[in-house]
Design a protein around this ligand. Structure first.
Ligand code: NAP
Length: 539
């Protein structure tokens, strides 16, 4: 490092300015901390800054997928739709940044490349790709769960003469597919959202599907003043109710029955009603046991497969679109707007790359084992190195030079998803081992940030310079996270929840699926018991 390196001394460094980073910045500033958020993107918004693909939309309703910490903020903002589109969520993130005057402490286009702990001084040194250095006792990673996009390693991509894009790195100016032959590779949530929109523009759309996914209708609609006003009149009530649910979303009372307690006709009625009202939480919460009992789950799978059969006119295409390799909900249940109907269009072709895999990208397009598909553009909706990717992309070293990448070589290990033993004063927001992606992310973010801020205030009050997770507490937590997952059907799917989408990634179930309500109670109890399971060391 040259002697001219710019160094900034802070009380805390926050990495990321998505919803987690924005709220952390606000909260820590409120405690009087000198704090900066370092953001790789050109603007705030995280996921919603990067994922600008056509049709990108949140699958949690807007009135829930928003900050609850400020009554003013939630009252004054108007959401135009039931499920917000990416541009509206990005506008909201920008509004929050302005409204709370956060921008003066956000440094954009600063990609963090390393974070190194110095045991002698109890300080983190955080360095950006541009060589700027920030030093602080606390380092807080607000790097997101789905922020390291992954393009499969297809031979020949460099030779492709057309344009290609990834859903999570979509050009800011947008892409016009009008009159073009387009290939979409991937049929997860991102692919399922972009396919109907691209199909309307493209001359011809080829959908390259390896694994069929379950999707239920979004049933999006314009937000009426009645709906908005009624909700806002009791916002505190809804937020409070959300806190007492497993997923951090109000308006979904626990189902009274297990699926098998109901009759076949009863189940069809319930599923039909859920299909009609839309929403993935609503559908999976039709019965108590859809995610814990395979036989119960099969009834919901059969219902959706029957829907696909009834919507898609070509029986062979319908058959290919019917998922059959995982219980419904064990991969993120997709939410769509006209996905299955899109396959009735003349200009859409479903290509089964399970039976005939993609072997290379050529100058002209995509080649499978048997055929070359000439394309003008390829959209990769091939997902992310989820939950650990963004963290491990940074050179992170804790006490005694402990490298996070080495520590996590066999999968992530954390205590409460908040800290990992050996990396003192290093916090993760919605880290692996926390409920994160299995909940309303903003609700989880608020819970984490509030907990971390209370913890930092406690350390300051008590004159404690260093906090670290105890190895034994971490071991117990990892075991607990796995035990809980094993009581569900989740481990049956080859999902990104277990890292199955990344070749060579250790298969570990990463989110904590006991529910945000239970998790919140555990975190509160840990804090109340003077941070049980953490080692606190005085100044
Ligand atoms: P994803 O769920 O991981 O889906 C990736 C897709 O790409 C899968 O269909 C996968 O097939 C396919 N794929 C990967 N490598 C391939 C290859 N070599 N050849 C052919 N196909 C390949 O990724 P995503 O759709 O971006 O979604 C990730 C997560 O982001 C979601 O689960 C959700 O949590 C979040 N998200 C949410 C929303 C929303 O709120 N509505 C929207 C978008 C994303 P296989 O299944 O065979 O591997």
């Amino acid at each position: 490092m040259s002697e001219h390196t710019m160094r900034t001394e802070l009380d805390a460094v926050v990495v990321g300015a998505g919803f987690a980073g924005l709220y952390t910045l606000h909260k820590l500033r409120g405690l009087g901390f000198r704090v900066k958020a370092l953001e790789a993107g050109k603007g705030v918004g995280g996921t919603w800054f990067w994922n600008r693909y056509p049709g990108a939309r949140c699958d949690v309703e807007s009135l829930e997928y928003s900050y609850s910490f400020s009554e003013d903020l939630q009252q004054e903002w108007n959401w135009p739709e039931r499920f917000s589109a990416q541009p509206d969520i990005l506008r909201y993130a920008n509004h929050v940044a302005d409204r709370l005057d956060l921008r003066r402490d956000i440094l954009t286009e600063r990609r963090v490349i390393s974070a190194i702990f110095d045991e002698a001084t109890d300080r983190w040194t955080v360095t950006t790709a541009g060589g700027e250095v920030f030093e602080a006792p606390f380092c807080i990673m607000a790097t997101g769960n789905l922020s390291l996009p992954r393009v499969p390693d297809f031979p020949g991509l460099k030779t492709f003469r057309g344009d290609w894009y990834h859903s999570g790195l979509w050009p800011e100016e947008g892409v016009d597919f009008t009159g073009r032959r387009v290939g979409v590779i991937g049929t997860g949530s991102s692919g399922i959202q972009m396919i109907p929109v691209i199909a309307e523009q493209a001359d011809h759309l080829f959908v390259f599907q390896r694994t069929a996914n379950f999707s239920v209708p979004g049933v999006n609609r314009v937000m009426t003043p009645e709906v908005e006003d009624t909700h806002k009149a009791r916002y505190a009530h809804w937020r409070d109710e959300a806190k007492r649910t497993p997923f951090g979303i109000a308006g979904h009372p626990p189902p009274p029955l297990t699926a098998l307690e109901d009759t076949a006709e009863g189940r069809t009625d319930v599923y039909e009603r859920k299909w009609g009202t839309g929403g993935n939480i609503s559908f999976l919460y039709a019965y108590k046991d859809l995610l814990t009992n395979k036989e119960a789950n099969d009834t919901a799978c059969d219902f959706v497969r029957e829907k696909i059969r009834s919507i898609v006119r070509d029986p062979a295409v319908a058959r290919l679109l019917m998922p059959n390799d995982h219980p419904i909900g064990t991969k993120r249940l997709c939410l769509d707007n006209g996905y299955y109907e899109t396959f009735n269009r003349e200009n859409v072709t479903l290509v089964d790359v399970r039976s005939d895999p993609i072997v290379e990208i050529t100058e002209r397009g995509v080649r499978t084992g048997t055929k070359e598909y000439a394309l003008d553009a390829i959209a990769f909706a091939t997902g992310f190195d989820a939950m650990t990717g963004a963290l491990l992309d940074i050179d992170i070293r804790g006490a005694g030079g402990l490298q996070l990448s080495e520590k996590w070589a066999h999968g992530p290990r954390t205590y409460l998803g908040l800290m990992t033993a050996g990396l003192p004063n290093f916090f993760m927001i919605t880290g692996p081992g926390s409920p994160s992606v299995k909940t309303n992310m903003i609700a989880s973010i608020e819970q984490h940030v509030d907990w971390i801020a209370d913890c930092l205030a406690h350390l300051r009050r008590e004159g404690i310079a260093r906090i670290d997770a105890e190895a034994a507490a971490e071991d117990d937590w990892v075991e607990h996270v796995n035990q809980v997952a094993d009581t569900t059907l989740y481990p049956l799917a080859n999902s990104w929840y277990v890292g199955a989408n990344i070749p060579g990634k250790p298969r570990v179930f990463m989110p904590y699926v006991a529910g945000l309500d239970k998790y919140r109670a555990i975190c509160d109890a840990v804090a109340a018991e003077r941070y049980r399971g953490f080692k606190l060391a005085g100044i």
